[in-house]
Design a binder for this molecule. Structure first.
Ligand SMILES: NC(=O)C1=CN([C@@H]2O[C@H](COP(=O)(O)OP(=O)(O)OC[C@H]3O[C@@H](n4cnc5c(N)ncnc54)[C@H](O)[C@@H]3O)[C@@H](O)[C@H]2O)C=CC1
Ligand SMILES: O=C([O-])C1=[NH+]CCC1
Length: 314
């Protein structure tokens, strides 16, 4: 007798079993600490393979990981395309394959887009909790796409801001964002207007040139830098990169994939996992940048969470 056919868990079902990204926080904190502990942490995760799709402005990322603590074995396949102006397709699409670690059988094929949106925002929330200044009042989001929504949701769930500001390259999209989310959001006409005086800043754009200048940033602010995941793409300028304390999810990934890190020559202070383990300090009183590239082990944690909840309900 062969093994059971794999389950297919689509976007709606993923959303149903993972209604809030904050449900992932304990498991993600543990996974980031394990990732930064080397082989003793039980995370096996090579640097992702990213191949360009010539002539189409697209990329395919292959992201395998095993987490012993979660006993989760996955690979995520994620595509991202720079300019999809005349296409209804989202810029990022992903699928997660979840395997049985005991025998390699495929257990489930999960929509990876909701997982990517939620686990990325949850990791930014972990960084924000550790690195944002005391008494943070103003949240600023640069970009108004999928990640802007997931970041807004978790950051306003976990923290209380007096003001939330958004800027987007096309103002219509920022206005749509402001009218879709539940709380009040001020739409700004320039990135500078949105950034000046902000305590927590999130960059979630597809920019390839800097959209955030260090000259605008309030000393002591915390920045979650989520976009610019190619070695020649930027969201942050040199002034910011060189005058901040730089935290990353993975040093290896940052030094290979992040244009903001590679081209600025900024020194990495710590991995987030090292702060979570207590081997590096958090420095919330300093200007801090968390440069996120996205780790497959985060997808492993999220896919396991969704699969377990789905299995319990089916
Ligand atoms: N660190 C991580 O784990 C992850 C990072 N990302 C990155 O986060 C960023 C946002 O992703 P999504 O929200 O899914 O994308 P999206 O396509 O839904 O939204 C992108 C936003 O950037 C704006 N934009 C596009 N080109 C721009 C430019 N040249 N300058 C300024 N703004 C521009 C668009 O108007 C849109 O509002 C992307 O760079 C993506 O690669 C995405 C998933 C995971
Ligand atoms: O981790 C991830 O899925 C991604 N990081 C950058 C683009 C997609």
């Amino acid at each position: 007798m062969g093994s059971a056919p794999p389950a297919f868990i689509g976007a709606e079902e993923v959303e149903k079993h993972l209604p809030r990204a904050s449900l992932l926080l304990p498991a993600l904190e543990a996974a980031l600490g394990n990732f930064s502990s080397g082989p003793a942490g039980g995370v096996v995760q090579p640097l992702r393979t990213v191949l360009a799709v010539p002539g189409h402005g697209g990329y395919l990322g292959v992201m395998p990981a095993y987490s012993a603590a979660d006993d989760a074995l996955i690979t995520k396949l994620v595509t991202f395309y720079e300019h999809l102006k005349d296409s209804p397709a989202p810029s990022h699409q992903a699928t997660v394959l979840l395997f049985d670690p005991r025998n390699g059988s495929l257990k489930a094929v999960l929509d990876g887009s909701v997982i990517t949106a939620k686990r990325t925002a949850a990791v930014s929330a972990i960084a924000t909790k550790l690195l944002m200044p005391a008494f943070a009042e103003v949240l600023c989001i640069l970009g108004a796409g999928v990640q802007a929504y997931s970041h807004y949701e978790i950051l306003t769930e976990l923290f209380t801001f007096k003001e939330v500001r958004i800027w987007n390259r096309s103002k219509e999209k920022a206005e749509k964002f402001a009218s879709s989310v539940h709380g009040p959001v001020r739409v700004c006409s320039s990135a500078q207007e949105a950034v000046v005086g902000a305590d927590v800043i999130v960059t979630v754009t597809m920019a390839a040139e800097p959209i955030l200048s260090g000259a605008w940033v309030k000393p002591g602010a915390h920045i979650n830098a989520i976009g610019a995941s190619r070695p020649d793409w930027r969201e942050l300028d040199d002034e910011l990169m060189k005058n901040c304390f730089l935290f990353v999810d993975s040093k290896e990934a940052a030094l290979t994939e992040s244009g903001d890190v590679i081209l600025s020559g900024a020194e990495i202070f710590a991995e987030l996992g090292e702060v979570l383990k207590g081997t590096k300090p958090a420095l919330p009183e300093k200007t801090t940048v968390f440069k996120s590239l996205g780790l497959a082990v985060e997808d492993a944690v999220a896919a396991k969470f969704v699969y377990d909840a789905w299995s319990a309900a089916n």
